[in-house]
Design a protein around this ligand. Structure first.
Ligand SMILES: Cc1cc2nc3c(=O)[nH]c(=O)nc-3n(C[C@H](O)[C@H](O)[C@H](O)COP(=O)(O)OP(=O)(O)OC[C@H]3O[C@@H](n4cnc5c(N)ncnc54)[C@H](O)[C@@H]3O)c2cc1C
Length: 375
């Protein structure tokens, strides 16, 4: 009897022979594997592994294959896929999920239900088991923040519970990854309840932001200079009013890339990375608002505000949250004009606006269409 027949006779679950590994990995590389088995449950998984150990046949657990590359033409062993371990039980704040459950599906489903804490996983391919194995994460969060405990199969084929502490989660690593032979069977998560609409909106915003970043960071090297960013934003964001003048982009860029100059890197070489991109967009939105205010005061359109223009803008400024009397105008003007040049530059106006928390009103010609990507 050959090995495939023996596996089939074991009756532990579906057995496929001579499988094309490419079909089971995201990167679509790899040759053939002798067999692939989908055990029906924990009991059958134990029986399967006992059999393979007795026969000295090598085996490998695979999740969704999003972090796996098989080299060589043949994997002379058995791949074990835990797709049937797909239970999902929701008990208030505790969620018990099988290791074969798809992570994106789980994260999206729970987020839609109003659970918060797992939003980070809505863009991570893979299974729950694979995510625990390597402590998958994104947006400054990871599985370690939400896993309460994990049911595992030990190398001695005993079922055991490991707590979050035992799992020793660190950046992209866990106890399971560090200890060969442990198999993640089932995971208990602890999540809080939030507002489903807000959570879904957050997920949508992140998705759009990542799409925009992937477009502007076209070479995929993970960082971008001001010159390139400015060019790319003009290309991909429909912001005609910003395009006319680079100042809002420049100030937003400087606000987030300052730390590079602190490390002695020349200002023109400053860069921003994906992690800073969200905060850059927040700043850009803010400086864009100030730019619209500035334009409203700058009657002549020469990108400077004179005392006369400033006085004329008083009624308007009340809407933005500041009330100045005619008598106080000159004093206020001098206060804003930090370098005493007799005119207010956009940078001086921004310092003032930040200091006084100026805010645009909706009916102030503030076009939301232009801003919808700045999130
Ligand atoms: C486009 C893309 C984007 C990605 N983005 C991110 C990201 O933002 N953040 C991030 O952290 N990762 C990311 N990854 C990597 C990958 O998605 C994660 O590592 C994922 O958690 C792997 O899960 P999997 O089920 O695909 O594991 P697999 O690739 O199938 O396996 C990976 C390892 O885990 C082991 N394993 C799988 N299941 C179990 C189990 N039940 N018990 C024990 N061991 C097991 C396997 O033996 C193998 O050694 C990305 C990958 C791709 C392709």
């Amino acid at each position: 009897m050959n090995i495939i027949e023996e596996l089939k006779n074991l009756n532990v679950g579906e057995v496929l022979e001579n499988v094309d590994i490419r079909k089971y990995t995201t990167y679509r590389v790899g040759g053939k594997a002798t067999a692939l088995v989908y055990p029906d449950d924990e009991y059958n998984l134990i029986e399967l592994i006992k059999f393979l150990k007795n026969k000295n046949i090598k085996y490998k657990i695979i999740g969704r294959g999003s972090n796996l590359i098989f080299v060589g033409e043949l994997y002379d062993g058995v791949l074990i896929k835990l797709d049937k371990f797909d239970k999902l039980e929701i008990r208030e704040n505790e969620i018990i999920v099988g290791s074969g459950y798809q992570l994106i599906k789980l994260a999206t489903r729970l987020s839609r239900m109003g659970y918060t804490g797992i939003e980070f996983a809505t863009g991570i391919p893979g299974s729950v088991g694979g995510a625990v194995y390597m402590n998958a994460g994104a947006y400054k969060s990871d599985m370690g923040y939400i896993v309460k405990c994990v049911k595992v199969l030990t190398p001695k084929l005993k079922i055991k519970e490991l707590t979050n502490y035992d799992l020793n989660f660190h950046y992209r690593s866990s106890f399971i990854q560090e200890h060969t032979g442990y198999i993640c069977l089932e995971v208990t998560l602890i999540l809080k309840k939030g507002n489903p609409d807000e959570i879904m909106q957050l997920i949508e915003d992140r998705k759009k932001r990542l799409e925009l970043w992937n477009k502007i960071n076209e070479y995929g090297n993970g960082y971008i200079s001001f010159k390139r960013l400015n060019y790319q934003l003009n290309k991909y964001l429909k912001l005609p009013r910003i395009v006319k003048n680079k100042m809002p982009i420049k100030l937003a860029f400087d606000a987030v890339s300052k730390k590079y100059s602190k490390y002695g890197i020349k200002k023109e070489d400053c860069l921003i990375e994906w992690m800073e991109f969200r905060i850059f967009l927040v700043y850009l939105r803010q400086f864009f608002e100030y730019w619209i205010m500035f334009e409203k005061e700058d009657d002549s359109g020469d990108h400077n505000i004179t005392l006369d223009e400033f006085k004329k803008a008083f009624p308007q400024m009340k809407n933005w949250g500041i009330e100045i009397s005619g008598i106080g105008a000159e004093k206020e003007f001098q206060y804003i004009d930090k370098n005493n040049s007799g005119i207010i530059s956009f940078e001086e106006f921004c310092s003032y606006a930040i200091n006084k928390s100026l805010n645009l009103e909706e009916d102030d010609g503030f076009d939301d269409e232009e801003l919808k990507n700045l999130k």
